[in-house]
Design a protein around this ligand. Structure first.
Ligand SMILES: CC(C)(COP(=O)(O)OP(=O)(O)OC[C@H]1O[C@@H](n2cnc3c(N)ncnc32)[C@H](O)[C@@H]1OP(=O)(O)O)[C@@H](O)C(=O)NCCC(=O)NCCS
Length: 172
Protein backbone atom coordinates (compact mmCIF):
# COMPACT_ATOMS: atom_id res chain seq x y z
CA UNK A 1 0.00 0.00 0.00
CA UNK A 2 1.37 3.42 -0.91
CA UNK A 3 1.41 5.74 2.06
CA UNK A 4 1.36 9.55 2.16
CA UNK A 5 1.34 11.43 5.48
CA UNK A 6 1.19 15.22 5.25
CA UNK A 7 2.12 17.63 8.01
CA UNK A 8 2.54 21.40 8.28
CA UNK A 9 6.09 21.55 6.88
CA UNK A 10 6.87 18.06 5.63
CA UNK A 11 5.36 15.07 3.96
CA UNK A 12 6.26 11.41 4.37
CA UNK A 13 5.73 9.46 1.20
CA UNK A 14 6.55 5.94 0.04
CA UNK A 15 10.11 5.98 -1.33
CA UNK A 16 10.56 5.32 -5.04
CA UNK A 17 13.64 3.36 -6.09
CA UNK A 18 14.68 6.33 -8.25
CA UNK A 19 15.07 8.41 -5.05
CA UNK A 20 17.76 6.20 -3.52
CA UNK A 21 20.65 8.36 -4.73
CA UNK A 22 19.07 11.41 -3.04
CA UNK A 23 18.74 9.30 0.11
CA UNK A 24 22.43 8.38 -0.20
CA UNK A 25 23.16 12.13 0.14
CA UNK A 26 21.06 12.15 3.31
CA UNK A 27 23.08 9.26 4.79
CA UNK A 28 26.45 10.70 3.76
CA UNK A 29 25.69 14.17 5.16
CA UNK A 30 25.88 12.37 8.56
CA UNK A 31 29.44 10.94 8.76
CA UNK A 32 29.28 10.66 12.57
CA UNK A 33 26.10 8.57 12.37
CA UNK A 34 27.63 6.40 9.62
CA UNK A 35 30.73 5.84 11.77
CA UNK A 36 28.60 4.69 14.69
CA UNK A 37 26.49 2.45 12.50
CA UNK A 38 29.05 1.09 10.05
CA UNK A 39 32.50 2.05 11.27
CA UNK A 40 33.11 4.31 8.24
CA UNK A 41 32.17 7.89 7.33
CA UNK A 42 30.31 7.03 4.13
CA UNK A 43 27.96 4.37 2.83
CA UNK A 44 27.53 3.30 -0.79
CA UNK A 45 24.46 3.31 -3.00
CA UNK A 46 24.64 -0.50 -3.05
CA UNK A 47 24.42 -0.57 0.76
CA UNK A 48 21.48 1.85 0.85
CA UNK A 49 19.70 -0.16 -1.86
CA UNK A 50 20.34 -3.41 0.08
CA UNK A 51 18.86 -1.86 3.24
CA UNK A 52 15.84 -0.61 1.28
CA UNK A 53 15.33 -4.02 -0.40
CA UNK A 54 15.58 -5.84 2.94
CA UNK A 55 12.55 -3.94 4.21
CA UNK A 56 10.24 -4.34 1.23
CA UNK A 57 8.79 -7.70 2.26
CA UNK A 58 7.91 -6.66 5.82
CA UNK A 59 4.10 -6.64 6.02
CA UNK A 60 2.83 -3.20 7.17
CA UNK A 61 6.35 -1.80 6.74
CA UNK A 62 6.88 1.51 4.91
CA UNK A 63 10.15 2.99 3.73
CA UNK A 64 9.36 6.69 3.57
CA UNK A 65 11.01 9.71 1.98
CA UNK A 66 10.83 12.84 4.14
CA UNK A 67 10.23 15.84 1.85
CA UNK A 68 9.98 19.57 2.61
CA UNK A 69 8.51 21.22 -0.48
CA UNK A 70 10.49 19.86 -3.42
CA UNK A 71 13.54 18.96 -1.27
CA UNK A 72 14.23 15.42 -0.11
CA UNK A 73 15.46 15.98 3.44
CA UNK A 74 15.36 12.58 5.09
CA UNK A 75 14.40 8.97 5.33
CA UNK A 76 12.21 7.07 7.77
CA UNK A 77 11.25 3.43 8.09
CA UNK A 78 8.16 2.41 10.03
CA UNK A 79 6.40 -0.87 10.77
CA UNK A 80 2.78 -0.60 11.88
CA UNK A 81 2.68 -4.10 13.37
CA UNK A 82 5.97 -5.98 13.41
CA UNK A 83 5.31 -9.67 12.65
CA UNK A 84 7.85 -10.73 15.33
CA UNK A 85 6.31 -8.87 18.28
CA UNK A 86 3.10 -7.13 17.05
CA UNK A 87 4.54 -3.78 18.11
CA UNK A 88 4.66 -0.54 16.11
CA UNK A 89 8.23 0.54 15.32
CA UNK A 90 10.01 3.56 13.96
CA UNK A 91 13.05 1.62 12.81
CA UNK A 92 14.97 4.39 11.02
CA UNK A 93 14.85 8.19 11.13
CA UNK A 94 17.63 10.15 9.48
CA UNK A 95 17.58 13.77 8.31
CA UNK A 96 20.06 15.51 6.04
CA UNK A 97 22.54 17.47 8.17
CA UNK A 98 21.40 20.77 6.58
CA UNK A 99 17.86 20.17 7.84
CA UNK A 100 18.44 19.14 11.44
CA UNK A 101 17.33 21.11 14.54
CA UNK A 102 14.50 22.78 12.58
CA UNK A 103 11.66 20.72 14.04
CA UNK A 104 11.34 18.33 11.07
CA UNK A 105 12.33 15.26 13.11
CA UNK A 106 9.70 16.03 15.73
CA UNK A 107 7.08 16.53 13.00
CA UNK A 108 8.03 13.25 11.26
CA UNK A 109 7.67 11.33 14.53
CA UNK A 110 4.32 12.99 15.30
CA UNK A 111 3.00 12.02 11.84
CA UNK A 112 4.10 8.41 12.32
CA UNK A 113 2.61 8.28 15.85
CA UNK A 114 -0.75 9.57 14.55
CA UNK A 115 -0.71 6.95 11.81
CA UNK A 116 0.02 4.15 14.30
CA UNK A 117 -2.73 5.37 16.65
CA UNK A 118 -5.20 5.49 13.78
CA UNK A 119 -4.29 1.86 12.99
CA UNK A 120 -5.09 0.89 16.60
CA UNK A 121 -1.54 0.96 17.97
CA UNK A 122 -1.16 1.57 21.71
CA UNK A 123 2.56 2.32 21.87
CA UNK A 124 5.48 2.97 19.56
CA UNK A 125 9.02 1.61 19.86
CA UNK A 126 12.46 2.62 18.64
CA UNK A 127 16.02 1.35 19.10
CA UNK A 128 18.73 3.99 19.65
CA UNK A 129 22.44 3.22 19.47
CA UNK A 130 23.64 3.77 23.03
CA UNK A 131 26.53 5.94 21.80
CA UNK A 132 24.25 8.24 19.78
CA UNK A 133 23.83 10.91 22.42
CA UNK A 134 22.04 13.57 20.29
CA UNK A 135 19.49 10.94 19.24
CA UNK A 136 18.94 9.90 22.87
CA UNK A 137 18.26 13.54 23.74
CA UNK A 138 15.86 13.84 20.80
CA UNK A 139 13.79 10.75 21.69
CA UNK A 140 13.78 11.70 25.36
CA UNK A 141 12.52 15.19 24.50
CA UNK A 142 9.68 13.60 22.53
CA UNK A 143 8.57 11.58 25.57
CA UNK A 144 10.18 8.21 24.78
CA UNK A 145 11.39 6.20 27.78
CA UNK A 146 14.06 3.52 27.87
CA UNK A 147 12.84 0.05 28.86
CA UNK A 148 15.66 -2.31 27.88
CA UNK A 149 19.22 -2.45 26.62
CA UNK A 150 20.19 -5.11 24.09
CA UNK A 151 23.28 -6.01 22.08
CA UNK A 152 22.09 -6.04 18.48
CA UNK A 153 23.31 -5.81 14.89
CA UNK A 154 23.09 -2.22 13.60
CA UNK A 155 24.35 -1.56 10.09
CA UNK A 156 27.63 -3.47 9.85
CA UNK A 157 28.25 -3.57 13.61
CA UNK A 158 27.04 -5.32 16.77
CA UNK A 159 26.54 -2.78 19.52
CA UNK A 160 24.53 -1.75 22.58
CA UNK A 161 21.10 -0.47 21.63
CA UNK A 162 18.65 1.21 23.98
CA UNK A 163 15.03 0.31 23.35
CA UNK A 164 12.71 3.24 23.96
CA UNK A 165 8.92 3.47 23.77
CA UNK A 166 6.03 5.81 24.27
CA UNK A 167 2.33 5.28 24.93
CA UNK A 168 0.10 6.73 22.23
CA UNK A 169 -3.01 8.81 22.74
CA UNK A 170 -5.92 6.63 21.61
CA UNK A 171 -7.26 7.72 18.20
CA UNK A 172 -10.70 9.31 18.38
C1 LIG B 1 18.05 12.87 15.53
C2 LIG B 1 17.22 13.60 14.46
C3 LIG B 1 16.27 12.61 13.77
C4 LIG B 1 16.41 14.69 15.16
O1 LIG B 1 15.65 15.42 14.22
P1 LIG B 1 15.74 17.02 14.19
O2 LIG B 1 14.81 17.54 13.17
O3 LIG B 1 17.18 17.40 14.07
O4 LIG B 1 15.24 17.39 15.65
P2 LIG B 1 14.16 18.49 16.05
O5 LIG B 1 14.58 19.81 15.48
O6 LIG B 1 12.80 18.03 15.69
O7 LIG B 1 14.39 18.52 17.63
C5 LIG B 1 13.38 18.29 18.60
C6 LIG B 1 14.06 18.36 19.96
O8 LIG B 1 14.96 17.25 20.13
C7 LIG B 1 16.14 17.67 20.83
N1 LIG B 1 17.31 17.53 19.94
C8 LIG B 1 17.31 17.28 18.61
N2 LIG B 1 18.57 17.16 18.15
C9 LIG B 1 19.37 17.36 19.21
C10 LIG B 1 20.80 17.40 19.35
N3 LIG B 1 21.62 17.20 18.31
N4 LIG B 1 21.30 17.65 20.59
C11 LIG B 1 20.48 17.87 21.65
N5 LIG B 1 19.12 17.85 21.56
C12 LIG B 1 18.59 17.59 20.36
C13 LIG B 1 15.93 19.14 21.19
O9 LIG B 1 15.37 19.22 22.47
C14 LIG B 1 14.94 19.57 20.13
O10 LIG B 1 14.14 20.66 20.52
P3 LIG B 1 14.73 22.17 20.41
O11 LIG B 1 15.40 22.27 19.07
O12 LIG B 1 13.49 22.99 20.53
O13 LIG B 1 15.69 22.30 21.54
C15 LIG B 1 18.16 14.26 13.40
O14 LIG B 1 18.91 15.27 14.00
C16 LIG B 1 19.07 13.28 12.70
O15 LIG B 1 18.68 12.70 11.70
N6 LIG B 1 20.31 13.12 13.22
C17 LIG B 1 21.34 12.29 12.61
C18 LIG B 1 21.01 10.84 12.52
C19 LIG B 1 20.49 10.21 13.78
O16 LIG B 1 21.17 10.20 14.79
N7 LIG B 1 19.28 9.69 13.67
C20 LIG B 1 18.56 9.10 14.81
C21 LIG B 1 18.67 7.64 14.77
S1 LIG B 1 17.98 7.02 16.28
Amino acid sequence: MSLLLSGESIELRETQRSELSALLDVYNSNPGYNRLRHGSDAVTLTEVAAEYDSTLDIPTGHWLTVAAGDRIIGVMHIIVSNPADRKSWISVLLLHADFQRKGYGREAVRLAEAYFAQAGGLHVHHGVMALNEPALLFWGKLGYEQYRQVHAPVGRLMQPVLLVAKWLQPFS
